[in-house]
Design a protein around this ligand. Structure first.
Ligand code: SAH
Length: 367
């Protein structure tokens, strides 16, 4: 099994030497000619994985309800940017807007901005939103969104941004790289670049040789940029992703193909590649920029507190037993602890110190 990107990476590495895990991830996901999001159809039963908005409309509707509360808490501003990072098929935003219609002041004030790098997915998003009350403006990066108060949402976005990995050796933490083995196939190796000791979290100080530690400078930089926007102009950002709340060592890089795990180096550009998100690092980045962080909730907690069961009851009432079974299965999948309910976290940052329901307190990790 080979892919066009695999051949290109092998040729490139044989000429210029090993690449970092971050370079590999960026190429696999974003390469203009052969990247996964540029070329593949990731979502749904026929794709490689199913995200929460694709499980049920209830997910986006409850996030819509959260954003309506956030808008009110900002004092119903005259204009607000409604921004989504990495909107996939556009399903989440369509469901958010259906709920937001209940608050005409929000629809009247809002401009819709979608940050999406894949031209192919932009077309899908446009199509999903063609009956929506707002028309999207597309951007390659957040910097293209005009200044002003914002409500930002991102589901499974940070997990797709490139991470670096470091390997503990006798001689400190060295960057993990991807080179070629004797047979000319991609293989992990240990490079010369080192991680500064001050960037090694306490939990990794006594790690055994061979332990892997990840850093996410791309995700942190975007979170810091968002934090700066919020503290300058007001607003709230809600991030949903799988990840961990305390910086700790561990290899979380994973590839998924056809709804099953796949070796990370097996088919670059043809499998999805993600890493778990370090929420503690995101919180620090937001705070550096002057925003506040709310203590994260699990996805299950967040949805149940916002009325998932009540919403399911309303949706199912008067429907056939088969439809009601589907709704029950969706509730279990979104909120069940063995399913998405525990692993996925809801994390919000804000310009205002008062937590927005269902968040109930500020978060000061490592203090
Ligand atoms: N939020 C969607 C899709 C998640 S997949 C859902 O929940 O279904 C990740 C999304 O982020 C895709 O739309 C992908 O094209 C986009 N993406 C990945 N890297 C990006 C980047 N650096 N900038 C903008 N969008 C990016």
């Amino acid at each position: 099994m080979t892919t066009p990107l695999l051949e290109r990476l092998k040729a490139q590495i044989s000429v210029s030497g090993p690449i970092t895990v971050a370079e590999y991830m960026a190429a696999c996901l974003g390469d203009r000619a052969h990247g996964y999001y540029t070329t593949a159809e990731p979502f749904g039963v026929k794709g490689d994985f199913i995200t929460a908005p694709e499980v049920s409309q209830m997910f986006g509707e409850l996030i819509g309800a959260f954003l309506v509360t956030a808008f009110q808490d900002l004092g119903d501003p005259q204009s607000v940017g409604l921004v989504e990072l990495g909107p996939g098929r556009g399903t989440l935003m369509a469901d958010i807007l259906r709920m937001a219609r209940l608050r005409p002041a929000l629809i009247n004030a809002a401009e819709l901005h979608l940050v999406e790098t894949s031209p192919r997915l932009r077309e899908v998003q446009k199509n999903t939103l063609k009956k929506a009350p707002l028309m999207p403006t597309f951007h390659d990066r957040l910097a293209g969104v005009p200044d002003g108060p914002v409500l930002i949402v991102a589901n499974e976005f940070f997990d797709a941004l490139p991470i670096h990995q470091f390997v503990k050796t006798q001689d400190g933490w060295h960057e993990r790289v991807i080179g070629l083995d004797d047979a000319g196939e991609l293989a992990f190796g240990v490079g010369t670049a080192r991680l500064d000791e001050k960037d090694v979290p306490k939990t990794a100080r006594n790690a055994a040789p061979g332990t892997i530690l990840e850093t996410q400078p791309a995700a942190n930089a975007i979170c810091e940029e968002i934090g700066a926007r919020l503290s300058a102009h007001g607003g709230v950002a809600l991030f949903i992703d799988y990840g961990y709340l305390r910086s700790a060592p561990g290899d979380t890089l994973q590839a998924v193909h056809g709804h099953a795990y796949d070796p990370v180096l097996a088919r670059p550009g043809a499998a999805d590649l993600t890493a778990h998100v370090n929420f503690e690092a995101l919180a620090h980045a937001a705070k550096r920029a002057g925003a506040v962080a709310f203590a994260p909730l699990t996805q299950g907690d967040f949805l149940l507190k916002l009325g998932l069961l009540e919403r399911a009851g309303v949706l199912g009432s008067g429907k056939s037993p088969a439809v009601q079974d589907d709704i029950r299965a969706a509730v279990e999948r979104l909120a069940g602890p063995e399913r998405m309910g525990e692993l996925f976290k809801m994390f919000a940052i804000s310009s205002h110190r008062t937590p927005i329901s269902p968040f109930d307190r500020l978060w000061h990790p490592d203090q």
